[in-house]
Design a protein around this ligand. Structure first.
Ligand code: MG
Ligand code: MG
Length: 267
């Protein structure tokens, strides 16, 4: 177990400001995503927006990752590299990004479905997003990491026939993109580190329609499902507080843009 770094109120406000830039960057993606455009195009749009706001994309250059967005399509779970390939009707597209400004990171992800996505895929998206909020409900001071994991896992696997990915987890963040603690999307309530007040963590369920098993593709980045069935991913950065979590990223601008994009399905 490493050391969980507590943030000051000033630092938490910086993360919140970065979270807003990040939400607006993903909203710009939501405005422009449609069949025929490429991930590379969306990546350039988001990177320019982040830089125009005086910030740096957290992922670009992180362990030599080549882009500002992770774009993970259909069977790809996370860490997908944006490509020149055109998106097509029915694609399920996870957009994950980070913003770094004034020495702090914010990290968030949203999954979009292009018109033509199956009912099954739409339901997976809805459950994955809802499971994120089930986890967030447990992110209160004095609770344990396992309380979050069990809430997410129960919601996805007991209430629904889906599987949470085990190999990749949420995390603390701040001056570094990944800090302690690790925040798995599975586990047992009452187990693991106690969450201190004013720690900042990212909760990010990655939920598979089929089996839980994943593998790394030949590009050495993209994580994909072994059974090639689709996977969804939603993420918020939040601050652990006494009575309820303080969510520092937001889906509001993203969902406003998505509802105005006739090529996307809102669930
Ligand atoms: Mg993250
Ligand atoms: Mg992320």
């Amino acid at each position: 177990m490493g050391k969980i770094i507590i943030k000051t109120e000033e630092e938490i406000e910086i993360v919140r400001q970065n979270g807003l830039i990040l939400a607006n960057a993903i909203a710009l993606v939501a405005q422009n995503i449609k069949s025929g455009v490429s991930g590379l195009f969306l990546d350039k749009l988001a990177e320019q927006f982040i830089r125009d706001n005086g910030a740096t994309p957290s992922f670009k250059g992180y362990h030599k990752f080549p882009a500002s967005l992770c774009i993970s399509i259909n069977e790809d779970v996370v860490h997908g590299i944006p490509h020149a390939v055109a998106l097509k009707p029915g694609d399920l597209i996870s957009i994950d990004a980070g913003v770094f400004k004034n020495n702090f990171h914010a990290d968030s992800a949203y999954t979009f479905a292009l018109v033509g996505a199956s009912e099954a895929v739409q339901h997976l998206m809805k459950v994955t997003k809802e499971s994120l909020y089930k986890g967030i409900e447990q992110a209160i001071a004095g609770n344990r990491i396992g309380d979050i994991g069990e809430a997410v896992q129960n919601y996805c696997e007991r209430k629904n026939p889906y599987k949470c990915v085990r190999e990749l987890v949420g995390h603390g963040l701040g001056k570094s993109l990944h800090e302690d603690p690790q925040v798995p999307n599975y586990g047992k309530a009452g187990k693991g580190d106690v969450l201190p007040e004013n720690c900042v963590i990212a909760i990010e369920p990655m939920v598979n329609l089929g089996r839980k098993d994943v593998y790394t593709k030949n590009d050495n980045w993209t994580i994909a499902t072994q059974d090639h069935k689709p996977s969804a991913h939603f993420e918020h950065t939040l601050c652990v507080r006494k009575s309820s979590a303080d969510i520092l990223t937001t889906f509001e601008p993203i969902e406003a843009a998505l509802k105005n994009n006739s090529e996307l399905i809102f669930v």
